[in-house]
Structure formats: C-alpha cells, structure tokens
Design a protein around this ligand. Sequence first.
Ligand code: PLP
Length: 262
Amino acid sequence: MTTRPPLVLTVAGSDSGGGAGIQADLKAMLALGVHGMSVLTAVTAQNSRGVHGVWELPEEAVRAQYRAVVDDIGVHAVKTGMLATAPLVETVAELLADTDAPVVVDPVGVSKHGDPLLAASALESVRKRLLPTATVATPNLDEVTQLTGVRVERETDMRTAAEAVLAYGPRWVLVKGGHLPTGAEAVDLLTDGTEEHWLRAPRHDNRHTHGTGCTLASAVAAGLARGLAVPEAVREAKAYVTGAIAAGFALGEGIGPVDHGW
Ligand code: PLP
C-alpha cells in the first residue's frame, strides 16, 4: 500500500500558455511530491506575449469547487493566486477564514507584461479581508507598492515594506526583491515582525521567468503541507524557484516559462 501524499490546493487563474497560474502551480506541486488540487477563479487567454482576455468565474462556482475539495478530500495547505475581482477576493477570504490549513497568499496584481490580473477596486478587499487569512504573504515589490504605498528602492527599504504588509495581518511576509538592482544576487526578506531572514540566491540572467511568483508560492505551500516551519518552507521554495529560473526556456515570441522538470 502506498502512503497518501500531502494535499495542496491552489485557488488561482488559468494561463492557457501553461507558464503561470494554475498550470505552474500544479507542475510545481507535482515536482515537489505533493498532490495538487485546484479551484479555478478565472480563465485567461494568454501566451508568451501577454494576456489577451480574462473571464472570471461566478462566485458560486468558486465556492462549489472549494467545498467539493475540502468536504471530501481535505487540504494540508492552500495557495491563492490571481483572484481578479473584489467579489472573488471576498468569497475566497470568507472560505479561508475558518480553515486550519496554512495559507500562502500571492497577492497577484499585474503580469510581467503589464496586464492587470486584479481589478483596482479589489485592492481594499485584498488588504482587509485576504491578507489577514495568510500564514505567509508573498508580494513582489510592485505589489507591495500597490498594497501599501511603500516604494522600495534599496535593500534596507524592504524592512519598511515588510512592516507595512504585516500591518494588514498576515503571520509572515516574504518581500520578493527580485526586481531590485542588487547585482549578482536576488534578495528576499522573510519576517514575522520578530524574526528576520534575508534570503540570497544567485541572479540568473534569463528573461524566461514567466510564472516565477506562482511557482514560488506553490513551493512554499508544498513545504508547509509537508510539515515544514515557514522559514524552512520558504528557504526550500526559493532554492526550487532559483533552479526553475535557471532552466527557464524560450516559448513563443515573448517571455518563456520557468522549468519545473529540472
Ligand atoms: N497569468 C496568471 C493566471 C497568473 O496567475 C499570473 C501570476 O500570478 C500571471 C499570469 C503572471 O505571471 P508572470 O507575471 O510571471 O508573467
């Protein structure tokens, strides 16, 4: 008899190009040895050149998918990604408010191509309803600015950014400094307001980074589902995504995806 793998649920949007969103989440989960399940929030028509259309699912479809998974199969960790609209953010926050499973919130705002994946009218719901449900929130620097108004121009600003996000109630925040000009290293800060972990990894000069954020958040959720503490789960996830970026490959005419098969 084989043992049951840890169970991880992603609540996110679909990327028809297979590089980000639900598709990246499920690939990362497979690569990391957990059973991936999905609650689809929106469908995007997307390729390496950008997002060409977005169709949100009704709130009741999101609620029904979530209940179907949780009431029968169960979950050991949840990851949220693209939630698209204020009603969907509110719905997901309400569902997560009484879960015992750790929750990783990737507060997805805008894609690397500059295409909006979250309505401006949903920002307040992300701040007030979604972030308080998070065991770990994983904003990049643009998302930090969008959510808190804090601009990060140098490494030391990341502490101010982290404090501003923590004020909304996540237990931990991982501020991803990948877009900062920090030379040969990509620097992230993980903190719960007491402990501080500065994570440094070699920067790979590869433009094929589509799906990086989704992959990182899914890898953190996979680690938490396996019972790791937050700092260990984040450290392992960062190592995984660094390898996936190094192996990122060209696809189509634009930005290709990170690679889960290394
Ligand atoms: N499409 C979907 C459905 C996503 O969830 C995301 C990110 O979370 C993206 C696209 C953006 O991916 P990237 O900014 O890595 O290109």
